[in-house]
Design a protein around this ligand. Structure first.
Ligand code: FES
Length: 178
C-alpha cells in the first residue's frame, strides 16, 4: 500500500473533529425524549458540555422536537445561564455593584485586561477564560468580590487576581498530565 493510501485509510478511520462533535451532540440529545418540554434541559446540557449552545445544536434540537430555530434561539438568548457565543473554560464573574465599584472593581477589570487581554463579555483566544461583569453578588462586606468557576473571592487585589488565574492554569496542566 502506498503512503498516500495509508494516510487516506488512517484519516478515514479517525473521526474528524466535526464528526466527533456531532456524535457528542447526538448522544446529548438522546438523553431526553424528543419533546419540547425538555428543550431548556437539553440546552443547559449543551452549555455545560460545550461551554455554549452551538448553532448546530440548536438546529439538531429544532428538527428533533419540531420547534423552529428562531424559537430555540429566543430561549437561548433569554436565559442568562445560556450563551450562544463560546465561553471560556473558566468564567470570571467580577462584581461591579455599588460597594465593589467604590472599592475598586474597575482596577480589577483593568488587571484582567492587562493579564489576559480581554474586556468584559470577552473570551481569551485560547478559550481558557471569559470575563463577565455582574451586579451585587450579595457579599458587599467583602468588596471587591469576584467568583471564578463558582468559587467566591473577597477583598480581591490585583496580585491575588494573578494568583487565582495561575491556579486555574495549573489545574488545567494537572488534568492534562493525568
Ligand atoms: S456590590 Fe459587590 S458584592 Fe455587593
Amino acid at each position: 500500500m502506498t503512503e498516500i493510501e495509508n494516510r487516506a485509510k488512517a484519516s478515514a478511520a479517525v473521526p474528524q473533529p466535526d464528526t466527533v462533535r456531532m456524535m457528542e451532540m447526538q448522544a446529548l440529545l438522546d438523553r431526553y425524549p424528543p419533546d419540547p418540554r425538555f428543550a431548556l434541559a437539553v440546552m443547559q446540557d449543551m452549555q455545560r458540555q460545550f461551554n455554549y449552545v452551538p448553532r448546530e445544536g440548536l438546529l439538531a434540537l429544532s428538527s428533533r422536537i419540531g420547534r423552529s430555530e428562531a424559537q430555540l434561539y429566543s430561549m437561548a438568548t433569554f436565559y442568562k445561564a445560556l450563551s450562544i457565543k463560546p465561553k471560556g473554560r473558566h468564567i470570571i464573574k467580577l462584581c461591579d455593584g455599588t460597594a465593589c465599584h467604590i472599592r475598586g472593581s474597575a482596577h480589577l477589570v483593568a488587571a484582567v485586561e492587562r493579564l489576559l487581554g480581554i474586556k468584559p463579555e470577552e473570551t481569551t483566544t485560547d478559550g481558557m477564560f471569559s470575563l463577565e461583569l455582574v451586579n451585587c453578588l450579595g457579599s458587599c462586606a467583602l468588596a471587591p468580590v469576584m467568583v471564578v468557576d463558582g468559587r467566591y473571592y473577597g477583598k480581591v487585589s490585583a496580585d491575588q487576581l494573578r494568583g487565582i488565574l495561575d491556579e486555574c492554569r495549573a489545574g488545567e496542566e494537572e488534568r492534562a498530565a493525568l
